[in-house]
Design a protein around this ligand. Structure first.
Ligand SMILES: Nc1ncnc2c1ncn2[C@@H]1O[C@H](COP(=O)(O)OP(=O)(O)O)[C@@H](O)[C@H]1O
Ligand SMILES: O=P(O)(O)OC[C@H](O)CO
Length: 504
């Protein structure tokens, strides 16, 4: 009888459940969006309970649509939006507050205080991360200080913390398993990535009680079994990885020097640096790519907070398009003589700038600027930001073996126009694989490999298939001119934001 693997892909804007067969083919899938809460400027929250219900509903639908029995599923792989922070009551499973999402900037002042107290270097040395509100540690601290009696309850062992993977696992196993994997742990800013353990000095800096933290496992491990009444049979959870790490796996970027770039709400570029933890001198993050069979592989990462979200803003904020897929066609018809540049710093700027308080800007507007030019500017901004990251990576990775190709995935790479402009901006070929659900595939591979249904790393890499390669074709002078205009626009945006924040 065929065995199936179920991937749960819990993203920033939607939850997906995807059922794969033994040939890595998608048999069925289901997706559900959930509410984004913006309580005030710079704050982004999710209701973890709503996320949980969306996950259960999509899993049930994927199983029902495939017409299979849950007992035919050999394992579940979970992949998730990272850093987003949930704290819940151990006895009821109820979150004590909305989850604080990775994009949330409310702890920006707290980060500045920690920097002023000289903690930046310790944090970077131990975690490979920069002191920014992006990561979980300052969000945990905020929740413990702002929710009534939370700190006391945490110290008394009544509360638990988890990133989304951990909360889902805890609910799937009805409280039997409080665990995470090394990749999600590496994004909390509490995990020593060189030693692979929670770090007492970091717990002290961020004032986080150790007893709320989950146990940390390899990405492929026996995490626990789902309770029978959820899906009709108990299914083992055999894989967990943060979504960008799962994309590295799904893209089979297993050799040092291989790069993947994922374009969803944000954009995340990861370069496999092998068994050595690379230290970035160019304000990139150093992170755990994956940990399998007790062996840790590291990566350099560049994170852009707004990629597809800029397209969503054109649709939902400005309402100048009805559907994200229109942007490519509009961009192709834009008036090239209008040099419109958008710096979509809606949630501050991520790598390599790390300016949490900067807000976005649009340059070069005229009376003739319309949806075409704005679409082009939004798509181009994603490509320029990718170049910021790839240039920084090249400097950090100088002299080492490097693939001159970028493997791309995520919702936005459906746009041919964007992929061609990306190749032109980077002067590098862009490879789009045949399976675009790379993140889910990576999580499924962890569970499939652990259950013995799917092959090991070597066998799995052979299954990676190219769908289309985009070759660079823009001449060097134009490429340089456009990128320099982008750099100037970013510089002006940062100075303007700093000047306006001084106003009384
Ligand atoms: N054809 C397209 N052109 C441009 N942007 C697109 C296109 N299709 C989807 N997007 C953008 O990609 C994002 C969805 O990608 P997805 O990988 O599902 O995101 P996430 O996992 O972050 O929720 C949305 O922000 C959407 O605006
Ligand atoms: O949900 P995505 O795909 O935008 O990914 C979110 C990242 O994991 C945040 O670090």
């Amino acid at each position: 009888m065929t065995s199936y693997i179920l991937a749960i892909d819990q993203g920033t804007t939607s939850s997906r459940a995807i059922l794969f067969d033994e040939q890595f083919d998608i048999v069925s899938s289901s997706q559900q969006e959930f509410a984004q809460h913006f309580p005030s400027s710079g704050m982004v929250e999710h209701d973890a309970e709503e996320i949980w219900h969306s996950v259960v509903a999509t899993c049930r639908k994927a199983i029902a649509d495939a017409g299979i029995n849950a007992s035919q599923i050999a394992g579940i792989g979970i992949t998730n939006q990272r850093e987003t922070t949930v704290i819940w009551d151990k006895s009821t499973g109820k979150p004590i507050h909305h989850a604080i999402v990775w994009q949330d900037r409310r702890t920006s002042n707290y980060c500045n205080e920690l920097k002023a107290s000289g903690h930046e270097e310790t944090v970077r040395d131990k975690t490979g991360l920069l002191l920014d509100p992006y990561f979980s540690a300052t969000k945990i601290n905020w929740l413990l200080d702002h929710v009534d009696r939370a700190r006391k309850k945490a110290e008394d062992g009544k509360l638990l913390f988890g990133t989304i993977d951990t909360y889902l696992l805890w609910r799937l196993t009805d409280g039997a398993s409080h665990k995470t994997d090394a990749t999600n742990a590496s994004r909390t800013m509490l995990f020593n990535t060189a030693k692979n353990e929670w770090d007492d000095a970091l717990l002290k800096i961020f004032n986080v009680p150790r007893q709320i933290l989950p146990a940390v496992e390899d990405c492929a491990a026996e995490f626990g079994n789902t309770v029978t009444d959820l899906f009709g049979a108990s299914i083992p959870v055999l894989g967990i990885a943060g979504d960008q790490h799962a994309a590295v796996l799904g893209q089979a970027c297993f050799s040092p020097g291989m790069i993947k770039s994922t374009y969803g709400t944000g954009c995340f570029v990861m370069l496999n640096t092998g068994e050595q933890r690379a230290e970035s001198k160019n304000r990139l993050l150093s992170t755990i790519a994956y940990r399998i069979n007790g062996k840790t592989t590291y990566a350099l990462e560049g994170s852009i907070f707004i990629a597809g979200a800029a397209v969503q803003w054109l649709r939902d904020g400005l309402k100048i398009i009805d559907d994200a897929s229109q942007t490519g066609g509009l961009a192709a018809e834009a008036d090239r003589s209008q040099d419109v540049i958008m710096v979509p710093a809606f949630a501050g700027l991520g790598a390599p700038y790390w300016e949490p308080d900067v807000r976005g800007a649009i340059f070069g507007l005229t009376r003739n600027t319309g949806p075409r030019e704005l679409s082009r500017a939004a798509l181009e901004a994603v490509c320029y930001q990718t170049r910021d990251l790839v240039d920084a990576m090249k400097k950090d990775w100088q002299g080492q073996k490097e693939e001159s190709v970028l493997r791309v995935d995520g919702g936005m790479v459906a746009s041919d126009w964007t992929m061609q402009y990306l190749a032109d901006t980077l002067a590098t070929p862009i490879d789009r694989p045949s399976i675009l659900e790379t993140t889910a595939l990576g999580a499924a591979w962890l569970a499939g490999m652990k259950s013995g249904v799917w092959p090991d790393m070597e066998g799995f890499s052979k299954s990676w298939k190219l769908q289309n390669r985009f070759e660079p074709r823009l001449d060097e002078a134009k490429r340089a001119h456009r990128y320099n205009s982008w750099l100037a626009a970013v510089e002006s945006t940062i100075s303007q934001s700093k000047a306006s924040s001084k106003e009384i």
